[in-house]
Design a protein. Structure first.
Length: 242
């Protein structure tokens, strides 16, 4: 058992190192300071033990996309908050899960509708927390096809940003997107950067651009991402969901 654990630690260390090098290389290519890019390691489907190993390797930002799993993992790893560990919720939030998500998430990357702003705001207030929120932007070409509600339409982002900025218990951090498969990531993240600039012109403190995953983090860093959300490249290919 001890042998297995240390093998996992060695694997995570090597993977983390490789991802950090990719981020550093992308920053160098873009003339950016690597200190301006936060690596959020997405631990969905992986056990709390991996969170502990990664925290031991210096990771402080963890991402999850399903409420129940996230809530349990955050609880099991509650002691790590003393080290500065923060939880990022990156998946779709059902309105009836807002209360739960607001109880442990430090950052919600996926705010895409006014009803969710209201639900998160009252939930955060109820537990006396301040939750940073990002507006998730849909970068799809076909504006009519908002399949499974993956983000707000670009023309709706300013209104959502204003609502977040004025909502008690919430703090507007910036924007987030997932590059659609149908689009070149460089083009997708350029679109996101334009939306981010609009948000920042109205809300100068809202400088977060959450973009880039295992497969496209270089394009995201090139377009100004401040946060990359990486799962597979650090933890390996996820076990299939049960
Ligand atoms: C799972 C997930 C990631 C990480 O994806 P990888 O390809 O495993 O790096 C990033 N963002 C969101 C929203 C996710 O759900």
């Amino acid at each position: 058992m001890a042998c297995g654990v240390s093998a996992r630690e060695a694997q995570l260390r090597a993977n983390l190192c490789a991802v950090e090098r990719r981020v550093a290389n992308a920053c160098e290519a873009a003339g950016r300071d690597p200190g301006d890019v936060t690596l959020v390691v997405v631990t969905k489907t992986w056990p709390p033990g991996d969170v502990r190993l990664l925290a031991g390797l210096g990771v402080r930002d963890f991402g999850e996309n399903r409420d129940q799993e996230a809530r349990e993992k955050a609880r099991e790893c509650d002691d790590l908050r003393a080290l500065g560990v923060r939880w990022h919720f990156v998946g779709q939030v059902q309105t009836n899960k807002a209360r739960s998500v607001a109880s442990y998430a430090d950052v919600v990357h996926s705010v895409d509708r006014p009803a969710l702003v209201e639900a998160l705001s009252s939930a955060a207030e109820r537990c006396s927390r301040v939750v940073e929120c990002l507006v998730q932007v849909s970068l799809r070409d076909e504006p009519g096809v908002l399949a499974a509600r993956a983000g707000a339409r670009p023309e709706d982002v300013a209104g959502l940003a204003d609502a977040l900025a004025g909502a008690p218990g919430l703090r507007l951090g910036g924007v987030m997107a997932v590059a659609p498969r149908s689009l070149d990531p460089v083009e997708a993240f350029a679109r996101l950067a334009a939306v981010a600039a609009q948000v920042r012109s109205a809300h100068p403190g809202a400088g977060v651009i959450s973009a880039g995953m295992s497969g496209d983090l270089e394009a995201a860093v090139g377009a100004g991402a401040t946060h990359v959300r990486v799962g597979t490249a650090v933890l390996g290919v996820r076990p299939p969901l049960g």
